[in-house]
Write a protein that binds this ligand. Structure first.
Ligand code: ADP
Ligand code: MG
Length: 249
């Protein structure tokens, strides 16, 4: 027997999304746990990003349901999902290239943070918060650089920092380590571990198995749009269905 993973934070029920004839997400029923670092892995094209998009309201699912902490959030608009406490980053990093690092955080507060409407003292508070977060992710020395001038790995950290501006209870990361050098991957891993220790729930899609295996408390494996295994990292790694999906045996 393994330890029960605890209270469910995010749950999907028979979630489906097709593009033409491609069943990108196909009848996916999943559970991800509160206060945990949850992993979502699977071969390329197995529907992980589409799943993220359906959960965060970027794409409406064709059918099925998404529940966050027992609220039905199916087809909610992205800003509403964000306000419910879910932050995310994108597989292909999305920062504003011509804005400074600091300004990327200030515009990330969406819909515009109420503080932004109340004159300079409040804006100063927002700037202070942005600076705290930049220090936290180790980008404070780059505050005045334009985002296009920092490295790709730093842009990924910036995107995570921007997601943190809304103080999300759950953060969904789509391939945070993809295209990032080992030193920055390590920094992202430490950051995720620290934030999780402070109570943030994570759902991480990642191809870097070492990253997943070291970090995740619970892992769900997708193949052709649906979960084929779930459990601890060690458990899913030994699952014959998982080996088959990855190796095609
Ligand atoms: P993953 O993130 O696991 O690599 P995706 O969710 O990106 O998988 O893709 C799942 C499947 O859906 C793939 O076959 C992909 O080509 C297809 N797909 C994803 N997005 C679109 C889209 N906007 N239009 C058409 N097909 C798409
Ligand atoms: Mg993807």
């Amino acid at each position: 027997m393994t330890e029960a993973p605890g209270e469910v934070a995010l749950r999907t029920e028979a979630l489906s999304k097709s593009f033409g004839g491609v069943h990108a997400v196909n009848d996916a029923t999943t559970e991800f746990y509160q206060g945990r670092i949850n992993g979502l892995i699977g071969p390329n094209g197995s529907g992980k990003t589409t799943f993220f998009n359906c959960v965060t309201g970027m794409i409406p699912p064709d059918s099925g349901h998404v529940y966050y902490r027992d609220r039905d959030i199916t087809r909610w608009q992205p800003h509403r999902v964000a306000r419910a406490g879910i932050g995310r980053t994108f597989q292909l990093c999305r920062v504003f290239p011509r804005l400074t690092v600091l300004d990327n955080l200030l515009v990330a507060v969406h819909p515009p943070h109420p503080l932004a409407y109340f004159g300079r003292p409040r804006v100063a508070l927002l700037v202070e918060r942005a600076r705290d977060i930049l220090a936290r992710v180790g980008l404070d020395h780059l505050e005045t650089s334009e985002a296009r001038d920092i490295s790709y790995g730093q842009q990924k950290l910036l995107e995570l920092a921007a997601a943190l501006m809304a103080n999300p209870a759950m953060v969904m990361l789509d391939e945070p380590a993809g295209g990032v050098n080992p030193a920055l991957i390590e920094r992202i891993a430490v950051l995720v571990t620290e934030l999780n220790a402070e109570g943030t729930t994570f759902l991480v899609v990642e191809h870097n198995m070492e990253f997943i295996m070291n970090l995740c408390h619970h892992v769900v494996v997708f193949d052709r749009g649906r979960p084929i295994a779930a459990g601890s990292a060690a458990q899913v790694q030994q699952d014959p269905k998982v080996l088959e999906a990855y190796l095609g045996v």
